[in-house]
Write a protein that binds this ligand. Sequence first.
Ligand code: SAM
Ligand code: FES
Length: 344
Amino acid sequence: MIDKILNKALKEFSLDFEEIVYLLKYGENSLFTAANKQRQKFVGDEVHLRGLIEFSNICKCNCQYCGLQNQNKNLQRYRLSEEEITEFAKNGAKMGYKTIVLQSGEDSFFTAEKLVKIVEKIKSFDVAVTLSIGERTFEEYKLFKEAGADRYLIRIETTDKNLYKKLHPNMSFENRIRCLKDLKKLNYEVGSGGLVGLPNQTIESLANDILFFKEMNFDMIGIGPFIKNPDTPLANAKEWTDNFLMSLKVMAITRLLLPDINIPATTAMETLNPNGRIIALKSGANVVMPNITGEKYKRDYKIYPNKICLDEEPQKCRNCISAKIFSIGRKVSNDFGFRNRKVY
Ligand code: SAM
Ligand code: FES
């Protein structure tokens, strides 16, 4: 049965709901091998490194799983100055990063005007710029695009509307979708994705997430295992026992259905498994996002506990991940790493 489903995916790039559920339940090595094969055929052996700057951990939202949520009093809050952000970006460009990702909580201190200035400055370093700063208006997204922003990451987190509602008080699923559609209209490369292993999430709802990614034809999909944070309302939530494996499966099936997109080996995967990013790179992923924020702040961007590389300075991190990539016969890309759309 598995072979039949995988052969269909390899030929037709589509699967129905039941087939996806079957792979999520019973898929094993052959699923990862198939995803790796499609990755090699459609996006090649190069791995794109994106330098991540976590520029503010101040957030007005209350996402129940996230350590940055505004009710968390156990977090030392910080906000980088415009100069610090651009300095970290400049260092990233010097190290060879061709993309700088600016990520933060939903921090309204950073008005569109401030962000436009920052994006314009960073664009002068000859890099692609990705924003990951949450829900904004169409007009704001337009201003960032005009300032030179190339990509935008905003995960749907889960397509299960009831679960979404429970996990995101005072937010709306419809507005999340509105954001994703606005970004597409504005010609961003749009990245989305979700969490795997949330309390009360089901295999069926993960299958729906994958079908949603396919239907929206996103340019990037990041899949993160949910990691329990003791400083959140989900501190005592019942965890899935196989979060890592399940997120790997969601990622691999996504590669089969969207063979030419960019898929990161996520930091959360490496947090759960010391070799997580390399395993992911061998199971369909082609992107890694090392942190270039600087040691002074890294520790306080505590979305979940035990984040990796907290004491490593950015250059060391880049050398380390580059060596690991090399060790599996892959190479670090020197280009901007935009989605190269293929006809299939
Ligand atoms: N504010 C932006 C947004 O909402 O898109 C970006 C920052 S947010 C901290 C980045 C991502 O962290 C979220 O999309 C979510 O999937 C992930 N995240 C939050 N809490 C997590 C947890 N406990 N385990 C794993 N990933 C988590
Ligand atoms: Fe950061 Fe290895 S990737 S130290």
